[in-house]
Design a protein around this ligand. Structure first.
Ligand code: FAD
Length: 414
């Protein structure tokens, strides 16, 4: 089929690289433009369970994932004095709990995808991968999409996939302004690598969670025991001045966490040197349709549920698998392929996006009393196997388990 259609993928994150891999496997010529000058490292652990684990398996990613898999054994909630108040081992909830069987950092998963792309056999579609470039203008008609790139080139494609994340420029240019589709959920979240603090009071493989009024601090083990991932979320009104201003973002984190205990001082001391400091708003994207003509959106660009769902990367992978599979089934009927992709994925997205604003509020009690109450709830959750709270959590986490995933012959790993 090589040469029959040409696809442009804007964005080389998990969604973009996963869809490119599957399109190439189906023999479709694919161009990827990634705005960053090189593959972006970093990101916290992502959980692969249920359908996303199945997708990873069908895409042949599991051997690479297993080599980089994190050793996560559970989650422990910590109070102001560093006491462990509630422990949630990975086996709790029959393995469907907050720590999944497969945990890998976002950056490592991206590397697995790029390795798979690099190892594709010669009969795959032709790949043109460009870092440091992006699409500046799209002009589409019934036959093609003409694209002008920031680096100066112009080219024509049969289809364009916008996989350029929460702040998608493809979405803004083709579908409408950000405000029309994004909804701020009341918090910001940051992730960055730190030297493992000497006194984390954590056993190997345990994620520590320390709630303080208005914010939550978590420390997650890395594959390298010398480093850990700090995860800081804080509930504040939206502030456009924070966008792209790392100094202002770190100032905000310092202000919000000043005077708190556990490993907070060590985190604040090393934050400025983090090689992969990432900070963004917690927002949700909701769109009436994910495609317009020959342009379709994928991943956070189309349906970001926010990091609070813990499902962003899983939905990016599942969406990539479905979109590439449907395009390969009907390469010359993009309208049908895009409709099928949306029809198959939208029910899962709707389920995952439900109630995120409540989860943001519950995770960030404003007062000391609220924090103490949240910790008591966690203790009840872990100590009472039959509590309604545990039943609710199991239902929410297990909601995706039943998702029926179609099989595509084009997706076969050669
Ligand atoms: C560096 C980084 C770290 C992250 N860390 C976490 C984390 O720790 N926890 C978490 O829950 N989520 C994190 N995320 C978000 C998470 O990766 C996504 O929610 C999820 O994987 C869905 O991925 P995506 O590919 O749709 O979007 P993203 O992962 O946001 O990928 C979009 C890609 O498009 C690129 N891009 C942006 N604009 C353009 C453009 N105009 N043209 C071309 N390329 C463009 C970006 O550089 C990025 O590589 C992170 C994202 C990034 C980029």
């Amino acid at each position: 089929m090589s040469g029959s259609i040409r696809v442009l993928v804007c964005g080389g994150g998990i969604a973009g690289n996963a869809v490119a891999l599957q399109l190439l496997r189906a023999g479709i010529d694919t161009t990827v433009v990634e705005r960053a000058p090189a593959a972006r490292p970093g990101g916290q652990a992502v959980d692969l369970r249920g359908p996303s684990r199945k997708v990873a398996e069908r895409m042949g990613l599991l051997p690479g994932i297993r080599r980089r898999q994190l050793d996560e054994r559970g989650m422990v909630f910590i109070d102001d004095r560093g006491r462990q108040l509630a422990r949630m081992p990975a086996e709790m909830f029959g393995g469907a709990g907050l720590v999944a069987e497969i945990e890998i950092t976002r950056g490592d998963l991206n590397e697995v995808l790029l390795d798979e792309i690099a190892a594709l056999p010669a009969e795959s579609g032709a790949l043109d991968y460009r870092y440091g470039d992006w699409a500046e203008a799209f002009d589409q008609d019934a036959d093609a999409v003409r694209v002008r790139f920031a680096a100066g080139a112009e080219a024509e494609f049969d289809l364009v996939i916008g996989a350029d994340g929460l702040h998608s420029a493809t979405r803004a240019q083709v579908f409408g302004p950000h405000e029309q589709f994004t909804e701020y959920l009341g918090a910001y979240i940051g992730f960055f690598t730190i030297p493992t603090p000497p006194r984390t009071m954590l056993e190997t493989g345990w994620v520590g969670v320390y709630p303080v009024p208005g914010s939550t601090v978590a420390v997650r083990p890395d594959a390298d025991p010398a480093t850990s991932m700090a995860i800081i979320s804080t509930r504040i009104p939206a502030d456009d001045a924070l966008r792209g201003d790392t100094a202002a973002q770190q100032r905000l984190i310092r202000d919000r966490l000043a005077g708190h205990g556990w490993v907070v001082p060590a985190i604040l001391d090393t934050m400025a040197e983090a090689p992969d400091f990432y900070f963004d708003e917690v927002s949700r994207v909701r769109m009436p349709s994910w495609s317009r003509g020959r342009v379709v959106l994928l991943g956070d660009a189309a349906y970001c549920g926010s990091p609070m769902t813990g499902m962003g990367t899983a939905l990016a992978l599942i969406g990539a698998y479905l979109l590439a599979g449907e395009i390969a089934e009907t390469p010359t009927d993009s309208a049908r392929a895009f409709d099928r992709y949306e029809e198959l994925l939208r029910p899962l997205v709707t389920e995952v996006q439900k109630g995120t604003e409540v989860s943001v509020r519950m995770r960030h009690p404003d007062t000391r009393r609220g924090v103490a109450f949240a910790l008591i709830l966690m203790r009840v959750l872990v100590s009472r196997p039959l509590s309604p709270l545990r039943a609710l959590l199991t239902r929410l986490i297990g909601a995706q388990a039943e998702y029926p995933l179609p099989e595509y012959s084009s997706a076969a790993v050669r």
